[in-house]
Design a protein around this ligand. Structure first.
Ligand code: SAM
Ligand code: SF4
Length: 335
């Protein structure tokens, strides 16, 4: 990571400093993962989404307010035309410390080297199963082999870090947690297990029934591996472990069983240009409206970002037993 170069100016009412932004550059995706989307999705018309220039200007403003880390996500970020060029420009921002990306891996076989050259330091790659049929079932349109080739290309391209993200659903892929950890160990990369979050209405399963907690996953893994807790505390929501004697980190992201809001350091920019102050609440500011009414007014954008900190909620309000209060799907949100 490059060294911090800018005073951190985004501080909320609870004294939390925001120095990390996740930007969703498209709501579109070549997959239809069952926990993320419904089978039939309507995507946003082009005029409603931020242009690449608008995204770049916002990224620049964030870095000038002390945001050191930007994650590009989606939808599938690599299917937006011009994505690589945008990454190159953001990667070259002088005040940025680290550019990272989350991807489903479908395009990595052909883009991994370009991404590394664009100064993308780390990748999170989603992989919920190592079974080709199950992969098709969970992603509806994805192909396991293509993603595995993408992961290989990413490893060869020499990123500073690669992490697998696996959403675990009871009776669908919960029995694969050991294989997934073994895959991460064999590949020399990290892995995080994610509890499903109730974002948007989905059709394929009942989220409460499919709930499989991080504690259950850890107990399953403990039958095969000697796990050691890593005491390092990052500002992120993951709780990390290591298999004794190995470098691979195993993270658990547990929005239901372990609340991680008190150390929250992040905000999200949705595809439509809404600044979302919390993943589990609707508090937001319409940055697109500000930018389109006052084009290229960086000072106004920065003041709007500073003012937005006033409405960052204290914590998320997820409850699996009720209908989702958050109607947006993860793909527009910047997961
Ligand atoms: N398409 C890219 C991908 O899949 O990695 C980036 C966007 S995707 C929305 C980002 C992450 O959110 C993925 O790791 C995905 O598994 C996760 N995700 C999507 N819907 C989720 C949900 N309802 N609960 C928890 N994680 C979810
Ligand atoms: Fe696409 Fe990622 Fe959502 Fe899957 S999780 S549908 S790959 S955006």
């Amino acid at each position: 990571m490059r060294h911090p170069k800018q005073a951190k100016q985004l501080v909320d009412r609870f004294g939390r400093t925001v120095d990390y932004v996740r930007i969703s550059i498209t709501d579109r995706c070549d997959f239809r993962c069952v926990y993320c989307m419904s089978e039939e999705m309507t995507f946003l018309p082009r005029e409603q989404i931020l242009s690449l220039e608008e995204i770049y200007l916002l990224a620049k403003c964030f870095t000038e307010l002390g945001v050191g880390k930007i994650r590009i996500t989606g939808g599938e970020p690599l299917i937006r035309r011009g994505a690589i060029g945008l990454l190159q420009k953001i990667g070259a921002l002088p005040l940025l410390e680290e550019l990272v990306m989350t991807t489903n891996g479908s395009q990595l076989a052909t883009t991994a080297t370009q991404l590394r050259q664009a100064q993308v330091a780390r990748l999170n790659i989603s992989l919920d199963t190592l079974d080709a049929d199950k992969f098709k079932e969970l992603t509806r349109t994805g192909n396991l082999e293509t993603v595995l080739q993408g992961i290989e290309a990413a490893i060869a391209a020499g990123f500073k870090g690669i992490k697998i993200n696996a959403v675990i659903l009871k009776n669908r892929n919960h029995h694969e947690v050991t294989d997934l950890v073994q895959f991460a160990l064999n590949s020399g990369i990290d892995i995080s297990f994610i509890e499903e979050m109730p974002l948007g209405i989905i059709s394929s399963h009942d989220r409460a029934e499919a709930y499989y907690s991080s504690d259950q996953i850890r107990a399953d893994l403990a039958k095969h591996f000697h796990l050691e807790h890593i005491s390092e505390t990052t500002a992120g929501p993951s709780d990390y472990y290591r298999v004794q004697g190995r470098q691979t980190k195993i993270g658990f992201i547990s929005p239901h069983s372990h609340n991680f809001c008190s150390t929250c350091n992040r905000v999200r920019l949705t595809t439509e240009g809404r600044l979302l102050l919390c993943l589990g609440n609707e508090h937001s500011v319409d940055l697109k409206a500000v930018m389109r009414a006052h084009p290229n007014d960086s000072d106004l954008i920065k003041q709007t970002l500073i003012d937005a900190m006033e409405i960052k909620p204290e914590k998320h309000e997820f409850d699996l037993s009720e209908q989702p209060i958050i109607m947006r799907h993860m793909n527009t949100t910047g997961g």
